[in-house]
Structures are given as structure tokens and as C-alpha cells.
Design a protein around this ligand. Structure first.
Ligand SMILES: Cc1ncc(C[n+]2csc(CCOP(=O)(O)OP(=O)(O)O)c2C)c(N)n1
Ligand SMILES: [Mg+2]
Length: 564
């Protein structure tokens, strides 16, 4: 990125401070900023636009701060770097709360820069003025309430430098900088002389635990566990129970059908040691196992704010683990791993409804019967399982997959075979909010990243109809905003059918259940897509599913009707 020209005096300390602060962030290696429009925040927004014009910052603009928040979160997930958020005062700040909570609980770095009234205008009923310091409660790791900058340039620049150094010090999770601005709220200003820095690699883990391969050990990989979980499982000679958004669902030790193996196969009863990476949220079996007597659990901390500790039964926590090389112990564990892996494979094969054997026979009647079955299969309605698997099968390592907190993530978690697909799911709080914005953030970050090969991938977002409607506003792109290649794959079962699987479905009055939990909807998704300028595809049977998932440039909403 080019270097810009030198600063010149300004008559707005707000602009002097905003420009100096963003310059410091750029110098420190921050590359992305998302903003929503507003008056009190104009110095920050205008400075951001100037840095963008100079090629020093990627800026995205969204009118809805809730979308902006989740967009920033998606970008931060993909780039593994903190993303700046700029908002004006009042309710605008509060709109960020869902993304701030999700980021805090999943340990995604966000830096909120909210504009506020100066001290003399607070608490006296001034327009668009509320109590912004600590508005996000305990969610941010750290917060600052910065008084309105008033001083000359040299002081303002020093203040900005010191503040940014503090904000970026040991960053994880969310930081909130609330800055007061006094009139004049902005004035034209040249950018400071800035060369963009590179983001430093993550610091080395503090507490590293040494583990030996021991009998009856399993590795559990929850959301964002990463590839370390897979290599640890191999080094420990342990079966790998990797959730679908773990980033570790691959390798020779993978037990994809882990729930069935644990329960149906009673394998869970034999476990004595569990090593957990990431944040497991998708099964009841894993927390139940950890709470069983005779099981010792070691948790490798993830970056979210709470350490995973079901029933407070975790014996040890560490920042990372190393495994002692022990070929004899590894050899002894081969039978243990093999039984888990083979049982899982057998279960997955049973679930697979295709029976390709008949295609190879010489008997024409058998072949004709097979062809007919195949034809019927193509005309069959799409099931949740076939939808989840089709999306998984269509995706590759250069693609991205984002999964909503609908039934489909659980379905996929049951059946997805091992494959190195980068998957993200907002499992910090498992909200059904912000899924589209998160997916767009992941897609934009990946597709504008360095390296042209990577940029060819597509992002698929797999979501239910309510998750889709909850975030429909995020379909909107302002004129001139960069649009990624993305497919929203919506399994439309006319409401939140996840509740059909809960105990309440067996006890509550069916009509009342529908009214207040299932919440049926009949929104015209084709019209919705058209209103926002998205291409629309409808999948009415299995035969139409794979062709619809073919990657094409642009933004596509794929509606797949599903039975309740
Ligand atoms: C923000 C938020 N509100 C409410 C919930 C509770 N909730 C969990 S799943 C769900 C329904 C999801 O419906 P849909 O996306 O259509 O998926 P389906 O269950 O039909 O597969 C709701 C309301 C939540 N997780 N997050
Ligand atoms: Mg639904």
C-alpha cells in the first residue's frame, strides 16, 4: 500500500485526534474498519474514508450497526486480526451489543470506537445522548472513556499513540473506546505520514502442559479448535471427536459419528481421559461424559471469555499442550483408535442412502431397476441430511462455510465426513442473529485477501428460514460497496422447527407451541432476494440440489423447502 503525504494544522481537534488514532492503528497492522453513518462520529468516519482512498485501510459501510458489528466479526474471524468499528452516539452503540457479546464469548478481536457527547453535555437530556461508558457491561476485556480532545496537534498525536498502544496490548476479545467529541466535529485534514505495519504473530502460549499417550484417551474438538486438535489426537493415539466447526474435522483418527459411537456403541463408558480443544456446544454427550465419575478432563483454553468447564469437573487447564513421543504407547493405542474410527465409518455408511452396487451388474433388468431408483431419488424431496451433505460435498478448502444456529448445523455435525473445509459458526452464544452479515464478512475478507488462488473461492452460508429473516437487513449493500461471491442456502421449513426436537414439544399444547416457539412464517424469499438485488434459485427436489450449489460469481439466495 502507498505512503501518504504529511500532516497540516487543523481547526478541529476531533479530526486531528481521529486521523492520528486511525493512523496509529494502520501503523500497528490493523487493515479493516466497518462504519455506520452519524454526525458525532464524522471525524472518525471521514478519516477512515481518507485512509481507504490512500489504500491504507479497507473500509465497509453499513447503515445498520447490528449488521456492521457482525460483518466486522466475520472479517476478524477470517483475517485473525482485530477489526475497527466506528459508530455514532445513542442507540447506534447499543446496536453493536449482539456482535460484541458473540465476539467476547468466542474470543474474536473487535475494537469498538463509539463517538459520544463531551462531559458538559451528558446527563442533561441532550439529543442522542445516553450513558455509553461500560454500555456493554463486562463483555469487553477493557474499556476507555476518552475526554474530548482539545489540545494542539502534538498533544493529540501523543494521546492517540498512547491510547492505541494500550488498546492493542495483548488483544483478545473486545475493546471499547468511547471518545467524546466537541464542536467543530470535523475539518478537512491531510493524512499523517503512515506506512502500514504488519500484524504480529500471536504470542507464545504461557502455560504449556506436557501430555503422554495413555490408554482410553479421547480428544474433543469444539468450535475453532484448529488443526492442533487433530495433530494432538494423532500424537496421543486418541480418537478425535471433532465438531463440524472445529477446524479439525479431518485426519485418520476422526470419529465423525461420535455421538452414535459414544452411546450406541457404549464406547463412552470406557473413556478415562478427555482432552478438549475449542468450545464444544453441539452435543449433550460430550458434557455428560466429562461429568461422569472416573473421567479426567484437560481443557486447552480457547480465546473466548469463559473456560469450558461442564459441571466444574475439569481437572486441568492449559494454554497449549505438547505430547511426549512414546512409540510403544502409541502402538498400544492402535486398537482403541481403530475401533472408534471403524464403528463411526460403519454408522456413516448405513446412513448413506445411495446404493451404487447395482449400477455395475450385467443384468439389464437389474440395471433398469437401478436407473429407475436413481430417477426416483432425483425427484425425491430434499431432506435436511441431503441438504447438509450436498453443501459439505460442494465445498473445498479454498471455499468458506458459515453455519447458522439452526437445525442444519446439528444435522451436518452428525454426518459430515472428514474434509479440510474452513468452517465458521457463531457458537460463542449460538444466536440466530447476524449470520448473513458474518458470512459476508468472511467472504469479503477471504476474497479481498492477498493471494489470487484463495480469492477464487466462494462462501456458502447454511441457515434456517428464521435465521435468514432475522438478518434480512444484511442483504443490503450500499451503492459502490464491494460485493462478495456468496451463496445463502436457506432450508425453509416455515419456522423454528428446532423446537420440535425439545421436550417441550411433547408437553405443550401444539397450537400454543406453534404460536410462540415455532413462529410460522410465509415470507416470499424470491421477492426478498429481488428487492435487495440478489439472484434467487429454488431447489424443489434432490436432482436440482447439486446444480444449484455450483459456484457462480455474485450473491445468490438458494431456497430449499424442507418438511417440518
Ligand atoms: C438471537 C436469538 N434469538 C432466539 C434464539 C432461540 N432460537 C434458537 S433456534 C431458533 C429457531 C431457528 O429457526 P430456523 O433458523 O428456521 O432453524 P430451524 O430450527 O427451523 O432449523 C430460535 C428462535 C437464538 N438462538 N438467538
Ligand atoms: Mg426453520
Amino acid at each position: 500500500m502507498p505512503t501518504s503525504t504529511t500532516a497540516e494544522p487543523s481547526n478541529s481537534p476531533a479530526s486531528a485526534f481521529a486521523t492520528a488514532m486511525l493512523g496509529e492503528f494502520v501503523r500497528s497492522g490493523v487493515t479493516d474498519l466497518v462504519l455506520s453513518p452519524g454526525s458525532r462520529s464524522q471525524a472518525l468516519a471521514l478519516a477512515a474514508a481518507q485512509f481507504e482512498r490512500a489504500g491504507l485501510l479497507r473500509v465497509r459501510v453499513r447503515i445498520d450497526e447490528r449488521s456492521a458489528g457482525f460483518l466486522a466479526l466475520g472479517i476478524a474471524v477470517e483475517t485473525a486480526r482485530p477489526v475497527l468499528l466506528v459508530v455514532t452516539s445513542g442507540t447506534a452503540v447499543a446496536e453493536l451489543h449482539p456482535a460484541v457479546l458473540e465476539a467476547a464469548h468466542s474470543g474474536v478481536p473487535l475494537i469498538v470506537l463509539s463517538a459520544d457527547r463531551p462531559a458538559e453535555l451528558r446527563g442533561i437530556g441532550s439529543n442522542q445522548t445516553t450513558v455509553q461508558p461500560d454500555i456493554f457491561g463486562g463483555a469487553p476485556e477493557k474499556s476507555w472513556d476518552v475526554p474530548a480532545p482539545t489540545a494542539g496537534d502534538a498533544d493529540v498525536e501523543r494521546l492517540a499513540r498512547e491510547l492505541v498502544a494500550e488498546v492493542l496490548g495483548g488483544i483478545r476479545g473486545v475493546r471499547h473506546v468511547n471518545v467524546a467529541f466537541r464542536e467543530p466535529l470535523s475539518s478537512p485534514r491531510r493524512l499523517p505520514d503512515v506506512s502500514p505495519g504488519s500484524w504480529p504473530p500471536p504470542p507464545a502460549p504461557v502455560e504449556v502442559l506436557e501430555l503422554r499417550p495413555e490408554p482410553a484417551t479421547i480428544v474433543v474438538a469444539g468450535t475453532a479448535a484448529g488443526a492442533e486438535a487433530e495433530s494432538a489426537a494423532r500424537a496421543l493415539g486418541a480418537p478425535l471427536l471433532a465438531e463440524v466447526a472445529s477446524g479439525a474435522r479431518f485426519g485418520p483418527n476422526l470419529v465423525a459419528a461420535y455421538r452414535e459411537v459414544m452411546t450406541a456403541g457404549n464406547f463412552g463408558d470406557r473413556v478415562e481421559r478427555v482432552v478438549v480443544f475449542g468450545h464444544p456446544t453441539l452435543s449433550r454427550e460430550v458434557p455428560a461424559l466429562i461429568q461422569r465419575d472416573g473421567v479426567e478432563t484437560i481443557v486447552v483454553r480457547h480465546s473466548g471469555r469463559d473456560d469450558y468447564n461442564p459441571g466444574h469437573r475439569v481437572a486441568r487447564f492449559a494454554d497449549a499442550v505438547t505430547v511426549v513421543d512414546d512409540p510403544a504407547a502409541l502402538e498400544a493405542s492402535r486398537g482403541w483408535v481403530g475401533r472408534w474410527v471403524q464403528t463411526s465409518r460403519a454408522i456413516l455408511e448405513d446412513l448413506d442412502d445411495a446404493a451404487p452396487g447395482a449400477a455395475l451388474t450385467d443384468d439389464y433388468r437389474e440395471r433398469a431397476a437401478f436407473a429407475l431408483t436413481q430417477l426416483e431419488a432425483l425427484r425425491a424431496p430434499v431432506t435436511r441430511r441431503s441438504l447438509a451433505l450436498a453443501v459439505w460435498n460442494a465445498s473445498w478448502p479454498h471455499d468458506r462455510l458459515v453455519l447458522a444456529s439452526s437445525r442444519l448445523i446439528r444435522e451436518l455435525d452428525r454426518v459430515a465426513p472428514g474434509k479440510k473445509i474452513p468452517v465458521h459458526a457463531n457458537r460463542g452464544l449460538a444466536g440466530i442473529d447476524g449470520t448473513i452479515a458474518t458470512g459476508i464478512g468472511v467472504a469479503l475478507a477471504q476474497q479481498s485477501g492477498e493471494g489470487s488462488r484463495e480469492a477464487r473461492g466462494i462462501t456458502r452460508v447454511l441457515l434456517g428460514d428464521l435465521a435468514m429473516l432475522h438478518d434480512a437487513g444484511s442483504l443490503s449493500f450500499g451503492a459502490g460497496e464491494q460485493r462478495p461471491n456468496i451463496q445463502l442456502v436457506v432450508g425453509n421449513d416455515g419456522g423454528g422447527t428446532i423446537f420440535d426436537g425439545l421436550e417441550v414439544a411433547g408437553t405443550a399444547d401444539a397450537e400454543l407451541l406453534d404460536r410462540v416457539l415455532l413462529t410460522p412464517q410465509r415470507v416470499d424469499l424470491e421477492a426478498l432476494a429481488a428487492a435487495y438485488g440478489w439472484e434467487y434459485r429454488r431447489v424443489s427436489n434432490r436432482g436440482e440440489l447439486d446444480p444449484a450449489l455450483t459456484p457462480t460469481p455474485g450473491q445468490v439466495l438458494i431456497e430449499v423447502p424442507l418438511a417440518r
